[in-house]
Write a protein that binds this ligand. Structure first.
Ligand code: CTP
Length: 361
């Protein structure tokens, strides 16, 4: 009798601060090098020691990484560099075959390679870094957004700048000049195929539809509320929505629709970028790349939608702004349901965090 082959287990580590689809694409490629992907999320203390304070604390970074569909296991508080001791633990305790990182050099403060030991042990593999996106670039777009919103908002801007100038490019040294909001990412059809699971709903599937901007920022009234506020909330809403059926279809509004409803400085991420981020989420089955603001009867029948849902947080804001209710038709058809947004992180938490970071560094 043939012995069952042991799955190949690969390990990728990272900070995954201000998580973006470049990180997701790294995780996708890593997973493709084996059968099971274990991800080490670097501890706050290790990030502080090696590249300056992260914007998102470990538990939020853990939520983000765990929601990516190519991730099988997550190890919290991973070290920044692969030490002899940690490598031994990876091999014995976690049965890791290969350690993986992007093809960008990852140097420690003393100039040595963080993966030198793994390379020497012949257990290192490399993936291609995704061009056109980085946390630094996203912060650049945010700075521009904060500037557009309020010229007097120097406190928020400098606190953002400070957090992202450590060990990074000198891009922000002379203020926000030279930063553009134009994305350098070139979306291709192949990338979308790679991110998609390519499966449609089964014949009797209960299809749930949820729409939104799925951008980085949350509500317009919050001064500095990065995706650390919104994405974990978005993720929870997506998880709840998926739990109400068998197939979750996510409608992503066009850049134009988002600007019309949230202001000229939005969205921060363009339609393709937002589509990839949402597609990388394990609760999502399919996306509509450019969904209309109003859910029409045609859409409901074409996509065979059983239930249209929406979170309470965005709903309140839309009503406040006095825009039209996009869910009149699903409501009249009796297929609309409002979901209580599970807000575990509040605006004041974020403001406190920014202020305490500001004082500490
Ligand atoms: N990564 C990637 N493409 C990007 C950004 C990151 O492939 N555009 C990869 C890194 O090479 C690494 C993993 O994602 O293997 C985790 O990255 P992290 O430690 O968060 O790396 P950074 O390089 O700091 O990412 P960023 O500059 O965007 O903050």
């Amino acid at each position: 009798r043939r012995k069952k082959k042991r799955p190949v287990r690969v390990y990728m580590d990272g900070c995954f601060d201000m998580m973006h689809y470049g990180h997701c694409n790294a995780l996708r490629q890593a997973r493709a090098l084996g059968d099971e992907l274990v991800v080490g999320v670097v501890s706050d203390a290790e990030i502080i020691a090696n590249k300056g304070p992260p914007v998102t604390p470990l538990h939020e970074r853990m939520i983000m990484v765990s929601a990516v569909k190519w991730v099988d296991e997550v190890i919290p508080d991973a070290p920044y560099a692969i030490t002899e001791e940690f490598m031994k633990r990876l091999f014995t305790e976690y049965n890791i075959d290969y350690i993986i990182h992007g093809d960008d050099p990852c140097l420690l403060p003393d100039g040595t390679d963080a993966y030198a030991l793994a390379k020497k042990a012949g257990r290192y593999k490399q993936i291609k870094r995704t061009e056109g996106v980085s946390s630094t670039d996203i912060v650049g777009r945010m700075l521009l957004c904060v500037r557009e919103r309020s010229v007097s908002d120097t406190h928020n801007r400098s606190s953002l700048q400070r957090q992202f100038s450590h060990g990074k490019s000198q891009k922000f040294e002379d203020g926000v000049s030279g930063i553009t909001r134009v994305s350098e990412f070139l979306p291709t059809s192949r990338r979308i195929v790679q991110f998609s699971n390519g499966k449609g709903p089964g014949p009797d599937a209960r299809i749930v539809y949820i729409d939104g901007a799925f951008d980085l920022f949350h509500a317009g009234h919050v001064e500095v509320c990065f995706r650390l506020l919104t994405i974990p909330v978005d993720l929870q809403i997506l998880r709840i929505a998926r739990g109400l059926g068998d197939f979750l279809l996510v409608g992503i509004h066009t850049d134009q629709t988002v600007s019309e409803h949230r202001g000229a400085h939005r969205p921060i991420m363009n339609l393709h970028e937002r589509s990839l981020s949402v597609l990388a989420c394990r609760y999502v089955d399919e996306v509509i790349i450019g969904a209309p603001w109003e859910v029409s009867k045609d859409m409901i029948t074409t996509f065979n939608i059983s239930l249209v849902v929406h979170g309470t947080i965005a709903e309140n804001k839309d009503i406040e702004k006095g825009t039209s209710n996009p869910y009149v038709i699903p409501t009249s058809m009796g297929v609309f349901q409002l979901l209580e947004s599970p807000l575990e992180i509040t605006t004041s938490t974020i403001i406190k965090r920014i202020v305490s970071n500001h004082e500490a560094y």
